[in-house]
Design a protein around this ligand. Structure first.
Ligand code: 0A1
Ligand code: ZN
Length: 878
């Protein structure tokens, strides 16, 4: 038996393959219960390959029927096939065609990797290593080949036959069968291969590129849902136009197809010319999708489309480089949303996501660099660190180089690496070269795990009129990385004078200061500003210009001052968060909070609500108190999530209780009778009104929960209905059971709305929540193989209901580990992901920590886990 260490793959061991596959000709014969795949692979040895070097192809669970080279069947002694692949023992040392035939059973493929069926539709998922479940192949991203695909299938079950590239032939194949031939002229790695066969409806449109080429666009979905795809189509066309304008990137094929499927392990997949989407990221209509759903659809449609250049035309040399395509593409989709909507609001939302998803990962047992140097299971590295921290790193590069310098680097990247599979080093080199800068130290951001702590203290000397900022950075050890280097930190900043206006300086010394940015490269620096007439309040890390935790010596009054005067919206929002976090941390750690600070925060919140210059979406964010996880992480150790939950509720009451009248007036004024529109302004208005409602209920204002119940009943769109449901459901008010029951029956037939019901059910803060979750899961008709359903119920519980998930008696921990073991037998990716909810366990107070440890060790002792789940578990317990 192989041990875990034997499974570990190291970046340092990367070596090109001795053979390359340059052209692929696939023939799929799809029948109701089996699919036969014949592959003709044109293979060449590399120039330096020695005679007799075996050709080792990857395979996973394939049933081989025949092998031939250049048409001649191979003798049994000439090859070896097992569960991990096919080895041709002594292939010819010249170009040859390898022909294999395998049989697949897509129906029983519950892992949803390779070829599987979703509600009857045949579809594929190949990233990262799913292609080997379709045919024997060099299933590594550095092998680029052209693909021709012939598909034959029963016309009644699969009138629609799609693959990558252009349709070059189709026709009748007799016996109720028909066929289609697709060719993709762009060489690609196998992880971008896709095929879809099914009985689907569609909407069509077109886009004319900047150079005047017409591209046919289509979105395929279950019949009857076509009208729910219009927003996705609109988002696609805006994404195509944006990439031309902002990055000069045009689409390159004549067809772009999207298919929505209901069983999918992730959000969506950027297969060349044939993106496959989790249907929750396609379907939108006002009665069933929230504003957040609309925004997510727009974002993910853009993300997958942008991959056409950052991922497909230029791909990754190996999976260690995953953030080369993911971090960069997330950065691009963030910029798209910022340009389409509000930059400030988008930035704040992204910071919230980063702090709630990536910071806990980076500070716990699963911490890893954005570019890892080893893995046991690559599927476990599609993480917030690779995606969101990866995007932050690209953002810092853009901040350091400026917009024009960043664009110069991107242009060179596209010019130099188009058609290649490349690395982070090559990516950084284009920016260094295009801008004449050295990025050696900057590269550490990709190599080092952990969130740096940036500490600032300031002092002012009235006599010499000098102002000094002392800055230092530290990154704590993470698993496998005990010592850390200083990072390059771009710290955008401003100094604000007593009257609230920006202050300039006559000279500066002791550090690198460029206009509105300090660049800290050392472990510490002392920066002195001269010609400062009064003591300023510093606004540091404007726009959250580096993904760090910031500790300052600012007082609560300084923060309240920033909340009022900072010209950076992020800075104002952060200042309010900091005031509230400090109060919550005090209360949770047994220090009474300062009444003056609570009153100050309350006034600042009232001013924010009343401010006519701030837009609604910003106000909705600013009026939100920091989440329980942020408070927990600020405390840092021995945390009691139930206590934090109570404290946060108490703080909501103390801060917003006195504002009851203002909140009620705002709630009324923000109501609208206009028909639903998903634009930024209407979305912001609804977000603010629903935030106000949450605050009224949270501060137990008289009649507030009845108001929420009537909003629920009278809502004309899902945003308002779901907001009311969530407010009542998570607080588990007296109205909660009734509205939840109503919601369940009102939308019985819609699985995506069922997900919303599952989420709210899992977020309830009362003691009964665990029993209710158990009952939901045990219902005979609960779809236990569908990732969306499982994630909505279990993912929300472990990630967003910390007080109940971490009950001190360990009942919820054990429930989750039992469920993970069960899901693992069907879908290891989903099981492993649910298990990551335990990543905070070492931060808990001793009783909860022990309970978590005991549940995790019991899961490990049970054995028989997939590599995905075993890997997460081993790292969690290391
Ligand atoms: N490249 C996709 C992410 C993705 C990864 C794995 C998948 O299946 C296991 C599916 C999608 C993206 O970034 O959107
Ligand atoms: Zn992506």
């Amino acid at each position: 038996m192989r041990t875990e260490t034997e499974h570990t793959i190291y970046l340092k061991d990367y070596a090109p393959s001795p053979y390359k596959i340059t052209a692929v000709d696939l023939d799929f014969r799809i029948l109701a219960d089996t699919t036969r795949v014949r592959a003709l692979l044109t293979i060449e040895p590399q120039a330096e390959t020695a005679p007799g070097t075996p050709l080792v192809l990857d395979g996973d669970g394939l049933k081989l029927s025949s092998v031939a080279i250049d048409g001649a069947p191979l003798a049994l002694v000439a090859y070896a096939a097992d569960d991990n692949g096919l080895t041709i023992i002594e292939p010819p040392l010249r170009r040859f065609v390898l022909e294999t035939e395998v049989t697949l059973k897509p129906e029983g493929n519950l892992k949803l990797m390779g070829l599987y069926r979703s509600s009857g539709t045949w579809c594929t998922q190949c990233e990262p290593e799913g292609f080997r479940r379709i045919t024997y192949y060099l299933d590594r991203p550095d092998n680029l080949a052209t693909f021709k695909v012939t598909m034959t299938a029963p016309r009644d079950l699969a009138p629609v036959l799609l693959a990558n590239g252009n349709l070059v032939g189709q026709g009748d194949a007799g016996d109720g069968m028909h066929f289609a031939v697709w060719e993709d002229p762009f060489p690609k790695p196998a992880y971008l291969f896709a095929l879809v066969a099914g009985d689907l409806g569609s909407i069509t449109d077109s886009f004319t590129t900047a150079s005047g080429r017409k591209v046919d666009l289509a979105i395929y979905c279950e019949h009857g849902k076509e009208d729910q795809c219009l927003w996705a189509m609109d988002s696609l066309k805006r994404s195509m136009a944006w990439d031309e304008k902002r990055f000069g990137r045009e689409y390159d094929l004549d067809i772009f197809n999207i298919v929505a499927v209901s069983d999918f392990n992730f959000g969506a997949m950027e297969n060349k010319g044939l993106n496959i989407f989790n249907d929750k990221l396609v379907f939108a209509q006002p009665a069933t999708a929230t504003d957040a759903d609309y925004e997510n659809i727009e974002r993910v449609i853009a993300h997958e489309y942008f991959h056409n250049w950052t991922g497909n035309r230029i791909t990754c040399r190996d999976w260690f480089q995953l953030c080369l395509k993911e971090g960069l593409t997330v950065y691009r989709d963030q910029e798209f949303t910022s340009d389409e909507r509000s930059r400030a609001v988008k930035r704040i939302s992204d910071v919230v996501t980063l702090r709630s998803a990536q910071f806990p990962e980076d500070g716990g047992p699963l911490a890893h660099p954005a570019r890892p140097d080893q893995y046991r299971e690559i599927n476990n590295f599609y993480t917030p660190t690779v995606y969101e921290k990866g995007a932050e790193i690209v953002r810092m590069l853009a901040t350091l180089l400026g917009e024009a310098g960043f664009r110069k680097g991107m242009d060179l990247y596209f010019e130099r690496h188009d058609g290649e599979a490349t690395t982070i080093e090559a990516f950084l080199a284009v920016f260094a070269e295009a801008n004449g800068v050295d990025l050696e130290q900057f590269k550490t951001w990709y190599l080092q795990a952990g969130t740096p702590r940036l500490t600032m203290s300031d002092s002012y000397d009235a006599v010499s009129q000098t102002y000094t900022l002392k800055l230092s950075q530290e990154t704590l050890p993470t698993p496998g990385q005990l010592t850390k280097q200083a990072l390059v930190l771009p710290i955008k900043f401003g100094l604000i004078g007593p009257n609230g206006s920006p202050m300039g300086w006559s000279a500066v010394s002791g550090g690198e200061v460029r206009d509105d940015m300090i660049v800290l490269r050392e472990a510490s620096a002392e920066i002195t500003f001269k010609g400062i007439a009064n003591k300023p309040v510093p606004s540091l890390l404007r726009e959250f210009s580096a993904p760090v935790n910031l500790d300052t010596n600012l007082t609560q009054d300084d923060r309240l001052f920033l909340a009022q005067h900072d010209s950076d919206p992020y800075g104002r929002w952060q200042a309010l968060q900091d005031v509230a976090t400090a109060l919550a941390v005090d209360a949770a750690t047994g220090k009474p909070w300062s009444d003056a600070a609570v009153a100050g925060l309350s006034r600042a919140m009232a001013d924010t609500l009343a401010n006519k210059d701030l837009d609604d979406a910003f106000k909705a964010l600013a009026l939100g108190l920091p989440g329980e996880a942020v408070i927990g992480r600020t405390i840092g150790k021995d945390i009691d999530p139930a206590r934090i939950h109570e404290v946060r509720n108490a703080l909501t009451k103390a801060v917003f209780g006195p504002l009851g009248r203002d909140l009620l007036i705002a709630y009324t004024n923000l109501s609208s009778t206009l028909p639903y529109q998903p634009d930024a302004a209407s979305t912001g208005r609804r977000a603010l009104r629903n935030r106000v409602l949450a605050l009224l209920v949270g501060s137990e204002a008289a009649g507030a929960s009845a108001l929420a119940a009537s909003q629920y009943a009278e809502a004309t769109n899902m945003t308002d209905r779901y907001a009311a449901l969530t407010i009542l459901g998570s607080a588990w008010t007296a109205e909660a059971p009734t509205v939840l029951a109503d919601f369940r029956t009102r939308f019985t037939a819609n699985p995506l709305v069922f997900d919303k019901w599952l989420m709210v059910s899992a977020l309830a803060q009362d003691e009964g929540v665990l029993e209710r979750i158990k009952a939901i899961l045990a219902a005979p008709d609960f779809p236990k193989s569908n990732p969306n359903r499982l994630r909505s119920l279990l993912g929300s519980f472990v990630m967003s209901n910390p007080a109940q998930f971490t009950r001190p008696d360990g009942t919820a921990f054990r429930f989750i580990t039992d469920v993970v073991a069960d899901i693992d037998t069907r879908n290891p990716q989903v099981a492993a992901r649910v298990l990551t909810g335990f990543r905070i366990w070492q931060m808990l107070e001793p009783q909860r920590r022990e309970a978590a440890r005991s549940a995790l060790t019991a899961l490990q002792a049970g054995g028989k886990l997939s590599r995905n789940t075993a890997d997460i578990l081993a790292r969690m317990l290391a």
